[in-house]
Design a protein around this ligand. Structure first.
Ligand code: KG4
Ligand code: ZN
Length: 335
């Protein structure tokens, strides 16, 4: 069957066409609203909703054209039901439901975080729970145990900012454009990771909780106590040290959770899973400990339509698709 996946939870208007048997992405275009929000240094919900409204039909049309199919070939639609920004979510949900009604097919709500983890499944289709998951994005940082039947147990999450948010906010303080995560990674790649020791909150606590707000304050104090010229001249080293601190915290908590659950498979998803240092550190650890490590293809780490269709296909294979009324926009992966 052919699936349409629609994602509109934040600042990407995305649509993908996927075939379920054999599993294949036929198209996966998106429109990124980076320019709309750059002036504000973060996503403005009202502006995001309006931009989704302007772009959604264009992107869906593009997905269909690039896949070389016609509307009538679509067997079902998956859309992001939540969590995410309410206005942007409503645009995607209403478009999906309207199109489904028009085509006489069903629209299924998908949890955005389950989408991120399903992006890894696209690269590792033999993946079967139980496994440990880390969803690490601009809005979430959570360690969750996934067991058969889409049973999720929360092991810990951030008490304040998400890791991606920390990358973005610290980057902004350092004068980098929004979203700063990928830029910090790029600049940091050639920097000295020991240039400055930024704090690692909760790192040594015996739990799966994260906290990144102190790091943000620390980077702010650091920027205030140095001249803009010094920051500019040493930006690669500062980014390397910042990235080191965030990745160190993430890896430490993953190791804690792997030991606690005794899991031999780790699945990582979300925008920050594109980070090269995180990938490298986890690859090194997992290889040594003989743990199977599943990342999404780097191009599918950040928000996209393919991950949403993939989540629905994964559920359809287990006869566990959710009705629209069962997926709440504010629903976390695990309570
Ligand atoms: O999953 P995503 O596209 O959107 C949310 O669901 O939040 O994640 C976006 C986040 C942003 O904070 C962005 O800065 C971060 O992922 N990000 C990265 C990298 N690429 C994207 N952070 C660190 N390194 C990267 N290479
Ligand atoms: Zn996301």
């Amino acid at each position: 069957m052919i699936w349409l996946g629609i994602e509109s939870s934040c600042d990407e208007t995305a649509c993908a066409v996927l075939q379920d048997e054999p599993l294949k992405i036929l198209s996966n275009p998106l429109y990124s609203q980076i320019e709309e929000h750059r002036l504000y240094g973060g996503v403005v919900p009202e502006i995001a909703a309006r931009a989704h409204l302007q772009k959604i039909a264009v992107i869906v049309q593009k997905a269909i054209e690039e896949a070389g199919i016609s509307l009538e070939d679509i067997g079902a639609i998956a859309f992001t039901a939540g969590p995410g920004l309410m206005g942007p979510l409503l645009v995607g949900a209403n478009f999906a439901k309207g199109l489904a009604k028009d085509l006489g097919i069903t629209a299924y709500g998908v949890n955005h975080l389950e989408g991120h983890l399903s992006a890894a499944w696209l690269s590792h289709p033999d993946l079967k729970p139980p496994f440990l998951t880390l969803t690490v994005s601009g809005g979430h940082t959570e360690l969750v145990l996934e067991e058969p039947g889409f049973k999720y147990t929360l092991l810990g999450r951030t008490r304040d900012d998400a890791a991606g948010e920390a990358f973005d906010k610290c980057g902004k303080v350092l004068g980098l454009p929004y979203p700063a995560g990928a830029i910090v990674g790029k600049l940091g790649a050639s920097g000295n990771r020991k240039f400055h020791a930024f704090p690692r909150a909760l790192k040594h606590q015996d739990n799966g909780e994260f906290s990144f707000s102190g790091l943000k304050t620390s980077v702010l104090r650091y920027a205030e106590s140095h001249t803009p010229e010094f920051i500019q001249e040493n930006i690669n080293d500062i980014c390397a040290s910042l990235e080191e601190a965030i990745v160190d915290i993430l890896v430490s908590k993953i190791i804690w959770a792997l030991k606690k659950t005794n899991m031999k498979t780790l699945v990582v998803g979300g925008g920050v899973s594109a980070n090269s240092l995180l990938r490298l550190r986890l690859e090194t650890y997992c290889e040594r400990q003989q743990i199977r490590l599943c990342f999404p293809d780097r191009s599918l780490s950040t928000d996209n339509g393919a991950m949403i269709a993939a989540a629905a296909i994964r559920r359809a294979k287990e006869h566990a698709l959710l009705n629209i009324s069962e997926v709440k926009p504010w629903m976390p992966l695990a309570p």
